[in-house]
Design a protein. Structure first.
Lengths: 171, 200
């Protein structure tokens, strides 16, 4: 870092050329004569030598590296926090969406009011009592539900020996 | 305008800073130590002339290099990374000065961490006189002197760092040198005679 080279007059020439570019005729003012510029050159050399008199403290490098590491750790911590938050939010949203889709797709069973409406229509169409129409509708619904589950249709109540099938109905 | 270009040593240093900035951009913030080793002395020296206190100057340099480490590609994208660094340090120094106004003890250099080689011990007094004299200058003039003499920048380069015109930079430099010449006249005379004896 230290420049041990002796004062270089070329530096002064380049400086004079640069000043000449900037000021032109003003350089011939009394306060910028050759004598003054010679003193200025000595002064520049003196100041140049003092440049390495001051040096940074021993702890500066360590302090900077520590600050950089702290900042990096803090950034990683925030990245982890935001990454985890984003992941959790995504999972929750996905579960909600899947649940909504599942509810929409899953066939819901027929409600009591559906059966009552159907019984009313059948009673009007067939001219039977509404209660009987409802019984038939319920029976049909149970049979179709059993068929959809690949089960055998619900067995009619077993008939005891010695009883006619109509006995139960009569009772 | 070939005579207005920076001296070879300044150009070489600028090139080394550019290389370090490229490494920083490629390797990330782990490569900041190379930039610290390369630039800390010069940056602290420059910031000390602005803040007139070395501790504040080191804080400014630390803040600058930490910011550079946080965005490693930023320095590499600049046309002149060294000028950009100087400008950043200047801004940080001015911010610290605004936050922490201090009483300036112009005659006091106790905040400086100094180093003097054994063969330069007899010059220590003149070095101290120079630093004291620099602190008596207005900041606008002392920063131009530092950039011109220690950083070997052209007036155009100084103008770029300080955001002034090259003519203004040159004028400030002339006034500063005239003032320093008056203050350090007794320091210049012995050194000139030493040079003369050395050449004889």
């Amino acid at each position: 870092m230290f420049d041990p080279s002796p004062p270089n007059r070329n530096r002064h020439n380049s400086f004079y050329n640069e000043m000449n570019d900037l000021f032109g005729e003003d350089l011939r003012e009394p306060h910028f004569t050759d004598e003054a510029s010679h003193d200025g050159q000595d002064l520049e050399d003196l100041i140049r030598g003092a440049g390495h008199y001051v040096h940074p403290g021993d702890q500066l490098r360590a302090r900077i590296l520590e600050s950089v590491n702290c900042r990096r750790e803090r950034r990683h911590m925030w990245q982890r926090f935001f990454g985890g938050f984003a992941l959790a939010t995504t999972v929750v949203l996905a579960l909600i969406i899947i649940g909504q889709i599942g509810l929409a797709v899953t066939p819901r069973g027929r409600t009591a009011s559906d059966l009552q409406h159907q019984a009313t229509r059948r009673a009007n169409a067939d001219g039977v009592a509404w209660e009987w129409a409802l019984t038939e509708v319920v029976y049909d619904w149970r049979r179709s539900a059993a068929a959809s589950l690949h089960c055998e249709p619900a067995h009619p109540p077993k008939v005891r020996t010695g009883e006619s099938p109509t006995d139960g109905a009569e009772r | 305008m070939s005579h207005s270009t920076a001296p070879p040593s300044a150009a070489a240093f600028s090139q080394r800073v550019r290389t370090s900035a490229r490494q920083l951009a490629e390797l990330g913030e782990d490569a900041i130590s190379g930039l610290i080793d390369l630039t800390s002395l010069r940056l602290v020296r420059f910031a000390t002339t602005l803040t007139r206190n070395q501790h504040d100057a080191e804080d400014a340099v630390q803040a600058t290099l930490v910011k550079i480490a946080a965005q490693p590609g930023r320095l590499h994208q600049c046309t002149d990374p060294w000028a950009y660094l100087l400008r950043m340090v200047r801004n940080e120094s001015l911010m610290i000065l605004r936050r922490r106004p201090r009483w300036n003890l112009i005659g006091d250099l106790c905040d400086l961490l100094t180093r003097c080689r054994v063969d330069e011990l007899e010059r220590e007094e003149s070095y101290r006189a120079i630093w004291k004299a620099l602190r008596t200058l207005p900041t606008e003039q002392s920063e131009v002197v530092v950039l011109k003499i220690w950083e070997e920048m052209t007036f155009a380069g100084i103008a770029g760092v300080l955001e002034i015109s090259p003519s203004t930079a040159a004028s400030r430099y002339r006034y500063a040198i005239a003032k320093l010449n008056g203050q350090l006249r007794e320091q210049i005379a012995p050194s000139s005679s030493e040079d003369l004896q050395h050449h004889v």
